[in-house]
Design a protein around this ligand. Structure first.
Ligand SMILES: [Zn+2]
Length: 361
């Protein structure tokens, strides 16, 4: 279930309704059960021992951002589990914000909404949100990492399915001069023909990729399923063309194949195309007013925010002090969480001075 709440306005201004969201589920890569957190106060460099027996440590060599964490309080698990900082730091920042607003009724703000969502890590939590009923004009997820990070872009995402049909139900000893057409060979040739320079391990930054997820052979049919990721529509079209070219090459080879099908399906879109500039600019302004240098990021994946943005609730992501996600080395930086909290409170006061959006969704 999605947990929602609201904090009534303290200001007489008519201002937009702004929401803050975090996800309650944790990653699947390591256990999130019976987590025993440890607080390492006033980090002074070198190793932080998570578990001596397992020789599990974090230090600036395996966790680069620790180099800037001198004097910070660091929270880790104790080995064998996640910390769950992704996204408990977001939940903590939001709940501390709620407490702060109740303790400071003199702080002028409009109606504030909060929501805690499930199933972010499997990508299905945000789509269950009833955006109209929730009633926010703009939102932010608190699910980011290092100081100043502001994620306003995600990949465009497509899936593809290539089906190769051909008769394999022939005794291989009698295959020559028969109707034998090896659909498995067609599928593996297709995989091989996809461009190596566009593979995930060969791309980073703003370059997208093509990845085959599965090849399933079932009698007279092999099905290849894969994904394409790219930030721009131009790059996406180029990668779609590469997949189509590889498919057509296989089709043109002399296999005696009996059927060839290639289909593409949209999965999600780069949220930048639907984010009003104001939503991102105000977050940057809030950071600057708190002496934090904003760092716009493009997420090499999808986010709850991208799903919500396309459902009509523009939702970029703000840093929340979580690091080494999805691993036993996961940690939270309390000082960065505190900076996240300051950003959010400043942002709330900035929104109070903004006009209510004219176009109703
Ligand atoms: Zn997360």
């Amino acid at each position: 279930a999605i947990v929602t709440g609201e904090i009534p306005a303290t200001s007489a201004n008519a201002s937009p309704v702004v929401a803050f969201l975090a996800h309650m589920d944790t990653a699947l890569e390591a256990s999130g059960k019976d987590v025993k957190p440890q607080v390492h106060k006033n980090y002074q460099g070198g190793d932080i021992v998570i578990n001596a027996e397992k020789k599990l440590v974090i230090n600036p060599a395996n966790s680069a951002q620790l180099a800037r964490a001198r004097g910070h309080d660091i929270i880790t698990a104790s080995g064998g589990t996640l910390l769950g900082a992704d996204d408990k730091t977001g939940v903590a920042v939001i709940m501390t914000m709620v407490q702060y607003l109740y303790d400071h009724p003199e702080l002028e703000h409009g109606l504030i909404k909060v929501a805690f969502t499930p199933d972010e890590e499997v990508g299905t939590g945000a789509e269950k949100m009833d955006v109209a009923a929730f009633g926010a004009d703009y939102a932010y997820t608190l699910d980011g990492s290092d100081l100043g990070q502001l994620t306003d872009e995600t990949f465009n995402a497509k899936a593809f399915t290539a089906v190769f049909k051909g008769l394999r139900a022939v005794h291989p000893g009698e295959a020559m001069n028969s109707a034998f057409a090896d659909n498995l060979l067609m599928a593996s040739d297709f995989h091989t023909l996809l461009p190596r320079q566009s593979r995930p391990e060969n791309t980073a930054g703003r370059r997208g990729f093509i990845l085959v997820d599965s090849i399933v052979t079932n009698g007279d049919e092999s099905t290849v399923k894969g994904i394409i990721r790219a930030f721009t529509d131009e790059e996406m079209q180029g990668l779609v063309n590469e997949v189509t070219r590889a498919f057509n090459t296989v089709k043109a080879m002399n296999y005696k194949g009996t059927g060839f099908e290639l289909t593409f399906e949209d999965q999600y879109k780069n949220m930048k195309t639907v984010l009003p500039a104001q939503v991102v600019n105000l977050a940057e302004m809030a950071m600057r007013q708190e002496d934090i240098t904003p760092n716009r990021m493009a997420a090499r994946g999808g986010t709850d925010g991208s799903t919500l943005s396309f459902m009509g609730l523009p939702t970029p992501d703000i840093f929340a002090g979580q690091y080494n996600l999805h691993s036993e080395r996961e940690y939270a930086d309390v000082d960065v969480m505190e900076a996240s909290l300051r950003t959010v409170i400043r942002l709330i006061t900035l929104w109070n001075l903004q006009p209510v959006p004219q176009t109703e969704k």
